[in-house]
Design a protein around this ligand. Structure first.
Ligand SMILES: [Ca+2]
Ligand SMILES: [Ca+2]
Length: 148
């Protein structure tokens, strides 16, 4: 079985499909269009990906470097729709180890259960209304292909 370390070997090509950006062990897609959180998540899954799960400050810095070029707010995979105030990554059910909330967020203002970043929040995070339309970031693990 290939691990991400296999990318270090010369006979393994690690690449992302056109339109996806390689960073560390993942490929990321930054949407142009805006959708609700549910529809954004489904759109990622249609491309065998999930909304982005941000696990480290380093990864957060990477997505901000792209978001700041593109502009707009973006959905991430986090939600507390199952249990108010208990934030988890929807695709794994894991609690958020790393987080980067804007001061005063998450405030559940009027019932906000979906994780967004970018826009006026810049690199920081906010809980937004899941029905609002934002751009979104999909993430999937790097595809390893053995050559030769
Ligand atoms: Ca909430
Ligand atoms: Ca909020």
């Amino acid at each position: 079985m290939l691990t991400t370390d296999a990318c270090a070997f010369q006979n393994v090509v690690c690449q992302c499909k056109n339109g996806w950006i390689h960073h560390s062990t993942s490929c990321y897609y930054f949407s142009d269009n805006t959708k609700s959180w549910d529809t954004s998540s489904a759109s990622c899954q249609a491309h065998h990906a999930e909304l982005a799960v941000i696990e480290t400050m380093e990864e957060n810095t990477f997505i901000w470097s792209e978001m700041s070029k593109l502009g707009g707010s973006f959905w991430l995979d986090g939600t507390d729709e199952y249990s108010e105030g208990q934030w988890e990554w929807a695709s794994t059910g894991d609690a958020l180890d790393y987080s980067n909330w804007y001061p005063g967020e998450p405030n559940n203002d009027g019932g906000e259960d979906c994780l967004m970043t970018g826009g006026g929040y810049k690199t920081l995070w906010n809980d937004g209304h899941c029905e609002s339309h934002n751009k979104f970031i999909c993430e999937k693990k790097l595809e390893n292909t053995i050559v030769g």
